[in-house]
Write a protein that binds this ligand. Structure first.
Ligand SMILES: Cc1ncc(COP(=O)(O)O)c(C=O)c1O
Length: 455
């Protein structure tokens, strides 16, 4: 008997030539971002201190296909196209009749999907004459990706790393520094906002919301510096669509069409990256898929947040965007999936949830680690704790299929590997890990901070 095909591989020349911009296919227009001071819709000039014009153009574009510059495709070629796997081992371990596929983004030099946009952002900034980028990082994945991209395109990179991750993941910091990034724990003494938070809460674990405020302040107060965000924004989600464009072709190679497409969601970028090309087919009436975003119970913006205008950061410096949010003052518990600890959600993902195009589920961290360990032992790849949220949902879908006697085709995004998350695995394996469910009154208190903002 021949080998069962496990990997579906595309050659270098199949790296997509264009990103997919879902704005072209939305059922209703995306509500515009508003100025944080005036509450009025913002224009390109308002964003110019933070981003180069090429990226601002992409942020507001309604064109369906946006050409990928050749230097970006060339840099992608070091790890793209990424492999699509058939999860024979996981299927066996689950005793399931479901067919499970995953797109593996952990093959990038950073170990996650994040370089797909870091490379593009570094390219456009370099092209515009920028010499330094400021950014935030949660788990350290994004800071690593931008440090690599900065090194490739000759840009300095300053990273504000959420304090809880900085303490939990020293090797991530060293990795960023090895690539030339300058890393500081956030809240930091380097910005006005960081100093303000430290004065009020000297032992603050930090949050993505705080780190974003610091990086935005850094960029807005220096002429040589622009800001770079690893998720949430329209152009960031669009850069990630290379994942789904490749996956569509690879699923066709496998002779299958997924019934369900699943990804974890922190700010929404790897979710959008895999699912938007599928969602586009759904919106255009060409195919139908169930599309599920999976988030942590500790930061459940899509499942328990409210859909309205809020700030992207704690310091109220970013534009107001309409999104599913837990409130900009919300500081999630320091769960181990650091990349999922964000109070908001990408406006595009939020709109699709509001319109019923996609669904959302929330998962406890012990359940996600249980699924991650099962995956490691059956597939051999150690998943990032963020990605394990998607695996937990897949395990649930496979068990449902077993109970119902059906054989669905399931596809998920394995957004990264977990080689820098071993202290979290240690806590899980030793039984020390605990679940955290956001209490209703803490959520209500945080949402009260939205009073007075536009809806
Ligand atoms: C491996 C991995 N997956 C997922 C995420 C969540 O981010 P996003 O929702 O933007 O994909 C992160 C963020 O750091 C990550 O490192």
């Amino acid at each position: 008997m021949g080998l069962k095909q496990t990997k579906f591989i595309l050659p270098d020349e199949r790296i997509p030539h264009a990103w997919y911009n879902i704005a072209a296919d939305l059922p209703v227009p995306l509500p515009p971002p508003l100025h944080p001071g005036t509450g009025q819709p913002i224009g390109p000039d308002d964003l110019a201190p933070l981003f180069p014009m090429a990226l601002i153009g992409q942020e507001v574009s309604a064109e369906r296909d946006i050409e990928i510059p050749e230097p970006v495709r060339q840099a992608y070629a070091s790890y793209r196209p990424s492999p699509l796997y058939r999860a024979h081992g996981l299927e066996r371990a689950l005793g399931t009749s479901a067919k499970i596929f995953y797109k593996y983004e952990g093959v990038s030099p950073a170990g996650s999907h994040k370089p797909n946009t870091a490379i593009a952002q570094a390219f456009y900034n370099k092209d515009a004459g920028v010499t330094r980028l400021a950014t935030e990082t949660g788990a350290g994945q994004w800071g690593t990706a931008l440090s690599i991209a900065g090194a490739l395109f000759g840009l300095e990179v300053k990273v504000y790393m959420v304090r809880a991750s900085y303490d939990q993941k020293p090797y991530r910091r060293i990795l960023m520094e090895t690539y030339g990034g300058q890393v500081v724990a956030s809240p930091s003494p380097d910005t006005n906002f960081g100093r303000k938070v430290l004065a009020a809460t000297p032992d603050s674990p930090g949050s993505l919301g705080i780190a974003i405020s610091e990086a935005v302040e850094d960029a807005a107060t220096r002429d040589d510096t622009k800001y770079s965000l690893g998720s949430v924004l329209n152009h960031v989600l669009m850069h990630q669509t290379v994942i789904g464009i490749e996956a569509l072709e690879q699923m066709a190679m496998a002779g299958e069409q997924p019934d369900v497409v699943v990804a974890c969601a922190g700010g929404g970028s790897n979710f959008a990256g895999l699912t938007f090309p599928f969602a586009g087919q759904k919106l255009r009436g060409e195919a139908d898929y169930r599309i599920i975003a999976v988030e942590p119970e500790a930061a459940p913006s899509l499942t328990r947040g409210t859909y309205r205008y809020d700030f992207g950061d704690t310091g109220q410096m970013t534009p107001l965007v309409k999104m599913h949010t837990l409130g900009h003052g919300f500081i999630p518990e320091p769960i181990h999936a650091g990349g999922l600890r964000y109070h908001g959600m990408a406006p595009l993902v939020s709109l699709l949830k509001d319109q019923g195009i996609i669904e959302a589920q929330a998962v406890h961290q012990t359940r996600s680690f249980e699924a991650g360990v099962l995956f490691a032992r059956s597939e051999g790849i150690l998943p990032a704790p963020e990605s394990s949220h998607a695996i937990a949902a897949i395990v649930g879908l496979a068990r449902e299929a077993n109970a119902a006697g059906t054989s669905p085709v399931l596809l998920f995004n394995l957004s990264g590997h977990g080689h820098f998350d071993l202290s979290a695995y240690e806590r899980y394996l030793s039984g020390a890990m605990q679940d955290y469910e956001l209490p209703d009154d803490a959520l209500a208190e945080s949402l009260a901070g939205l009073e007075g903002l536009p809806v």
